[in-house]
Design a protein around this ligand. Structure first.
Ligand code: ADP
Ligand code: MG
Length: 630
């Protein structure tokens, strides 16, 4: 008999420009290359032929970017987890069109007729599928589980869309990991006891900076920043424009421009190693032009672009309340950090030599493979955690938000809280799950509305509804609710709706600060409203049961105080007004409470208020049901 073999889990960097797959062998992560071409990077481009034949993925698809732009999808990552409206900002820069047919998920119209449509997660799935096939060919075994990386700023919907893409591709996504965390893992930083890490990621079209705090194997995201439209492509443009000037073309046609961009990208790469390069430009007319470019010239062309990456770094430091001196480790990610001038600028900013030992365009995939290996081996000493960007909670009666999991809670994480009913005989409770920092549920983002049915009819306040939130490793929330007395139960996996716009997390957090005072007041009023409802119900009950036992004048005083509270409860703008009406009702009702007490429960408590009397009555009712748990 042999011990079971752990299932191998692959690590995937699903990039905007390029994607890679890696796997750990004997604890050492390695990139898997295409067995036919030897390529490690898979360009994140998918071409959908008009004749409906199988899509082309990677380098063969890239060839169609110029000839068939409406059917060649690149940068699909920019659309992940966005609805039609949210994707508009990105759509303006893309050469393919989006379809308005679906509002909830960004859908690409393939070709002019728009008869073929495909969603962003489906495009990503083609890339993932190609990587999966590659891994299976290299490893000679089926691959079914993966760790996939996403930018640290990705919200729930974007993470979920990435998971969906994995599932469409036939991969179980066992964990979504932040790209900067993965890069840190590739450098083995998790083995340090604690560290503050700056991850500078300059890719093809995006720039991200993340500040992480590592503490006992847990990575916290302290701050993120960047520019979603700044990267190596801009270096190519700057150099291509420079080279075009040598051609004396006033308005170069698109084809000529494209030829120069291809040449510029090649020259740029060479200039990362060489000080001078003879650039061969293959012109559309078949001729070849040669221009020599020095590293010095290139550096002067891109200096303003590099400068533009530094401001978000400074802002991130400020957001995290840090200075450059607090940074212990600097990690470089993205092909564009191969440019020596970029490295120098980053080293200067943080006052520290960055880690450079691992290929910057492979480092994220390698780190994903490290994480995958840790998960496959079941080592719990290295549970690598992230945090949730926004609080998660339940809307309570009156419209306030009761937070169960707080912003920045570690993932995975769980929390439990007990709720009850506000109306007698209530058999259904609506659980409205919301996300955000505001006190009132209506100001937060609605995630799901769940009904807990089958609660045995009981007086208000008696049911014990236990709500459990479990936020799993991938930031997906599971909500379960049980009414303990009747055993009614419900269990829902909250799949956050697509379409949370970029920057919305930051906006939501900011708004909670701006509105803190008003929110606090609204919350106090809502909570007081709930108390008033209970007081109204209690007084009504006592009036019905014992109203005849007190003098008519006294009864009328109680009734007047009760109607006043009912009115105030609905019109008050300040919780103190409600409090005052409640106190007045309580005072007016002392005699009634005493009568009720003497007849049912004077022996149990010596209380004299309406509220106490109501509670005693409820206790009595509870005792009358001996077989109820709780
Ligand atoms: P992404 O994370 O956006 O998918 P990558 O990390 O793969 O992108 O980076 C791609 C960018 O890196 C491209 O602009 C590419 O030209 C650039 N790049 C790759 N190798 C080099 C190099 N040796 N020197 C300079 N830039 C490079
Ligand atoms: Mg990348």
């Amino acid at each position: 008999m042999s011990n079971p073999l752990p299932i191998r889990i692959v690590g995937i960097d699903l990039g905007t420009t390029n994607s890679l797959i890696a796997v750990a062998k004997d604890g050492v992560p390695q990139i898997l290359a295409d067995p036919e071409t030897g390529e490690t990077l898979l360009p994140s481009v998918v071409f959908f032929p008009a004749d409906g034949s199988a899509p082309l993925v990677g380098t063969p698809a890239k060839a169609h970017l110029l000839t068939d732009p409406a059917r060649t999808v690149y940068s699909a990552k920019r659309l992940m987890g966005k609805g039609y409206a949210d994707a508009q900002g990105e759509a303006a820069n893309l050469s393919y069109a989006l379809s308005p047919d679906r509002a909830d998920v960004a859908t690409i119209k393939l070709g002019d007729l728009g008869e073929n449509q495909i969603t962003a997660p489906e495009v990503a799935a083609h890339i993932l599928r190609t990587l999966k096939d590659r891994a299976e060919a290299v490893l000679g075994e089926p691959v079914s589980k993966a760790v996939i990386t996403v930018p640290a700023y990705f919200n729930d919907a974007q993470r979920q869309a990435t998971k969906d893409a994995g599932e469409i591709a036939g991969l179980e996504v066992v964990r979504i990991v932040n790209e900067p965390t993965a890069a840190s893992l590739a450098y083995g930083l998790q083995n340090k006891k604690s560290a503050t890490i700056a991850v500078y990621d300059l890719g093809g079209g995006t720039f991200d900076v993340s500040l992480l705090r590592l503490e006992e194997g847990v990575f916290d995201v302290l701050a993120t920043g960047g520019d979603t439209h700044l990267g190596g492509d801009d270096f190519d443009d700057a150099l291509a424009n420079h080279l075009l000037m040598g051609m004396n073309e006033a308005a170069p046609p698109a084809e000529l421009r494209a030829a120069f961009r291809v040449a510029a990208e090649g020259a740029k790469r060479h200039l990362s190693d060489a000080l001078k390069f003879d650039t061969h430009i293959h012109l559309p007319n078949g001729d070849t032009a040669v221009q020599t470019v020095t590293r010095e010239t290139f550096e002067s062309l891109i200096a303003p672009l590099i400068e533009r990456t530094l401001a978000p770094c400074r802002t991130a430091l400020k957001d995290a309340g840090l200075t450059a001196a607090d940074i212990d480790e600097v990690v470089l990610v993205g092909g564009s950090t191969r440019v020596p001038a970029v490295r120098d600028a980053v080293a200067k900013l943080f006052g520290k030599a960055p880690h450079t030992g691992v290929n910057p365009d492979e480092v994220v995939a390698l780190g994903a493979a490290v994480q995958a290996d840790i998960l496959a081996s079941g080592r719990t000493d290295l549970l690598l955690l992230d945090v949730t960007p926004l609080s998660l909670g339940i809307e309570t009666a009156g419209g306030a938000t009761e937070k169960l999991l707080f912003r920045n809670a570690k993932i995975p994480s769980s929390a439990k809280e007990e709720f009850t009913t506000s109306v007698d005989g209530q058999t259904v409770v609506l659980l409205h799950v919301v996300q955000g920092e505001r006190e009132m549920a209506a100001d937060n983002r609605s995630l799901a509305r769940i009904e807990l049915r089958g609660i045995a009819p009981m007086p208000a306040g008696l049911p014990q509804i236990e709500v459990t939130f479990f936020l799993d490793m991938n930031g997906i929330l599971r909500v379960s609710a049980t009414e303990k007395r009747s055993g009614a139960q419900t269990d829902v996996r909250v799949k956050p709706t697509y379409g949370l716009a970029d920057g919305e997390v930051r906006r939501m957090v900011r708004e909670s600060f701006v509105n803190a005072d008003a929110d606090f007041k609204a919350r106090m009023l809502a909570d007081m409203g709930n108390e008033a409802d209970a007081a109204i119900a209690g007084a009504t009950k006592l009036l019905t049961g014992y109203g005849d036992a007190i003098a008519t004048a006294e009864r009328e005083t109680v009734e007047a105080a009760l109607s006043r509270l009912q009115a105030v409860r609905n019109t008050a703008t300040d919780h103190a007004q409600v409090r005052e009406a409640m106190d007045a009702l309580d005072n007016a009702g002392r005699g009634l409470a005493e009568v009720a007490m003497s007849s049912v429960a004077r022996s149990i408590v010596g209380g004299k208020t309406l509220d106490e009397a109501r509670r005693v009555l409820d206790e009595r009712l509870k005792e009358a049901r001996p077989d109820d748990g709780g």
